[in-house]
Design a protein around this ligand. Structure first.
Ligand code: DGJ
Length: 704
């Protein structure tokens, strides 16, 4: 490592992240974060050095600081020797920089025997800086880590902070909420061994009085971790906000053996000068980067049988659905839960992954071939970590299941959970998936997880307290990611959908290894619109699986048209989940028209720049997608208000103002031929004449 200058700069496409040393060189501090050039001038985080009753470290915009050095206002690292004093008092021991793209800063505590390395890396083509931390035990005695966040992020908000977060529950994921933080602490977390339904590992930070839309500095973080996590935002004594994010070890602490290194998950840190909408576009670009070359594979129109047949899966019923799906223009047929032995309901079958011969009397391969003969790809649902107590697998390997000796095992959805941290379980799962994918013509896999871990122990190996700490959460995550990585390398042609009882497992580690994810089990039209609205603030449209179904609203039972459902679903990756056997010829013809239109515009939806136009709380809202190169604009719009023949002002059409267009450009509606100037669309907006029957619209505008 080279000795430090006094400031290190990292540069993304349009932003600068500047780090310096503070506290007489004892810790790293944020000096500036914002658009290029924002670093030229006194740091907005500069503050008075007069502290009363607290230490200077307690007011520092520290990038990462241990308990010990920072005793009162929140530390990122709590380390000790087993039985020893808690805390670390380290010194800066060097830096290494790779131009303005990557940086390492090292701090060492010789007494404790701990080296801490802060890592920074920019992501090409985005405004994201990735941060993570490596902790190495350099002494002869192990180190106990109670808290080891990935990073801390200091935001120089003015007048307090507005924190925007995504919260919910099963079937109501991704609800966009905000809270004003002037003093105190805001905290979200999951201890469900996954991102969870309740809170999302994502946060946006703005000035408290920032306008709801448009240009305003907006900072965001997202944690790349498929297990337990926590995000904490503290109002700092000087008025800024300090956000910490990282893992939460299941056992309360992890042990670092002499010579061992723990690498934290990566924290993606994003900035946009353009509000939450601009920040969403930064995340979309970043997720296209995570998807890599697979972004160029068109996401096929799927039919999934879950909402039509539930567990009642048999060859005849599925083929009837497949035939109709093919007629409508679907490209892929996925048999959901219920295709394997012992699965007439959710009380059995998980673990025994063989097609049920009673339901596929002509043989499973024959069934798959029949589906494929319709011109459809074939996909299957699996729940690799799920295990039913009634299964053959459980009879053979009861020790593979999470359990605490002497304690009852809680059933959730009548099932238990495999300890995927064990190598033998990983090998079983990998072998099962290989067998299914190699022996049948399956090109799509939906990986579901329908329960969190509860009594999380390894039979025969008590987990905690010291000295028996296992770090079961990290082991499970490593096993899960290892199997997903294996699917990518061994079966690259297979499209993988991530799911956990809806959207409980959506985060960057999963998104980097899957092609789409299932945001929610709630497919009711108005409910879904709100879920997708929140989802698209954090995640890209090409990852968002969305089905047109017959479902009535769970949280908002107001009816909506078939067109409304299609326009909503085609703002992500279109699928059909309705019982299309029951649809009338008129409904089928309408569906076929929507599917054909979707195929024409899906490239724009999956690669374009998104502007969220209003919110589902407004009577009219929409989403605008701009094709790279700007030749086409796709605008999806909905009337979420009463179906009383609105426009809400009698006689006038509702309007949505478009964004980001060149005022002097001219656009023509490809369906009606009506021409609009960019200035008109920006200033007056695109008109929508809603009626009781017409509650959604898809408009394609071609630039002339
Ligand atoms: C939960 C998923 O979210 C649903 O889509 C469906 O696959 C069921 N599990 C099947 O059990």
């Amino acid at each position: 490592m080279t000795a430090h200058d006094d400031r290190w700069l990292l540069r993304t496409d349009t932003t600068t992240y500047a780090v310096t040393l503070g506290g007489d060189g004892r810790w790293a501090e944020l000096a500036a974060w914002g658009p290029h050039g924002a670093e030229d001038g006194p740091s907005p985080l500069e503050r008075s050095r007069r502290t009363h009753f607290i230490t200077p470290a307690d007011t520092a915009p520290a990038e990462y600081i241990p308990y010990g050095l920072r005793p009162f206002t929140g530390a990122d690292l709590i380390a000790s020797r087993p039985g020893g004093d808690r805390g670390s008092w380290w010194r800066f021991t060097g830096a290494a920089q790779d131009q303005d793209r990557a940086l390492r800063l090292e701090f060492t505590d010789d007494l404790l025997g701990l080296r801490t390395t802060l890592h920074y890396r920019t992501v090409p083509g985005t405004d994201v800086v990735l941060r993570w931390t490596e902790l190495t035990c350099t002494g002869e005695t192990e180190v106990r880590l109670e808290r080891f966040d990935s990073a801390a992020v200091n935001v120089p908000v003015q007048g307090g902070a507005r924190l925007t977060y995504l919260a919910g529950q099963w079937s109501q994921e991704f609800q966009l909420k905000d809270v004003r933080l002037e003093r105190g602490r805001f905290e979200t977390e999951s201890t469900q061994g996954s991102a969870g339904h309740a809170y999302h590992p994502w946060l946006a930070i703005q000035d408290a009085a920032a306008p709801a839309e448009g240009a305003t500095p907006t900072y965001g973080i997202a944690l790349e971790w498929s297990g337990n996590w926590r995000i904490t935002a503290d109002a700092e004594p000087g008025g800024s906000v300090r956000v910490r994010a990282g893992r939460v070890p299941h056992e309360g602490a992890v042990r670092l053996a002499p010579g061992a290194t723990l690498v934290t998950p990566r924290l993606a840190c994003a900035f946009s000068p353009d509000g939450l909408g601009g920040l969403a576009r930064v995340w979309h670009r970043y997720e296209r980067h995570l998807t890599g070359a697979r972004i160029d594979r068109p996401r096929k129109v799927l039919y999934n049988s879950w909402e039509a047949t539930g567990f009642d899966v048999d060859a005849a019923g599925q083929l009837e659905l497949a035939r109709t799906a093919a007629e409508l223009g679907a490209e892929l047929f996925v048999v959901d839960d219920g295709w394997f032995t012992g699965r007439p309901d959710d009380r059995g079958g998980l673990g025994d992954w063989d097609p049920d011969p009673a339901e596929f009397p002509g043989g499973f391969d024959r069934f798959v071939e029949d589906v494929r003969a319709l011109g459809l790809d074939f996909g299957l649902w699996v729940e690799p970590e799920g295990i039913s107590p009634r299964s053959g697998l459980y009879a053979e390997h009861p020790e593979w299941v999470y359990r605490i000796d002497g304690r009852p095992a809680t059933l959730v959805r009548n099932q238990l959970l495999l300890d995927l941290g064990r190598e033998d379980v990983q090998d079983f799962v990998t072998g099962t998936l290989d067998r299914l994918l190699d022996s049948h013509a399956v090109s799509y896999l939906k990986w579901d997880m329908n329960r969190p871990p509860t009594e999380r122990g390894r039979p025969g190996h008590p987990a905690g307290p010291d000295p028996e700490l296992h770090d079961l959460d990290a082991a499970h995550v490593a096993g899960y990611l290892r199997v997903l990585d294996h699917l990518r390398t061994a079966h690259p042609h297979v499209t993988v959908e991530g799911c956990a009882g809806g959207g409980a497992r959506v985060e960057h580690a999963t998104l980097a290894r899957t092609d789409v994810v299932w945001p929610s089990d709630n497919t009711a039209p108005l409910d879904r619109l709100r879920i997708q609205y929140g989802y698209l603030h954090a995640h890209a449209p090409h990852t968002m699986s969305s089905w047109v179904t017959d479902a009535p609203g769970i949280f908002d039972p107001r009816p909506r048209s078939l067109a409304f459902r299609f326009v909503s679903s085609l703002t992500g990756v279109l699928g059909i989940g309705a019982d299309i056997r029951r649809w009338t010829p008129e409904q089928r013809a309408e569906a076929a028209r929507w599917i054909a239109r979707y195929k024409e515009i899906r490239d724009v939806v999956h690669h374009g720049e998104v502007h969220l136009l209003g919110s589902p709380e407004d009577p009219t809202c929409g989403i605008q997608y701009e094709e790279p190169g700007s030749a086409r604009l796709v605008v999806a719009a909905w009337n979420t208000g009463p179906l009383d023949g609105a426009p809400l002002v009698p006689g006038r059409a509702a309007r949505l103002r478009l964004r980001g267009l060149r005022p002097d450009a001219v656009y023509a509606d490809t369906a009606t031929g009506i021409r609009y100037s960019g200035a008109h669309l920006l200033h007056s907006g695109l008109p929508f004449a809603w009626t009781a029957e017409r509650d959604a619209e898809l408009t394609v505008l071609a630039r002339q």
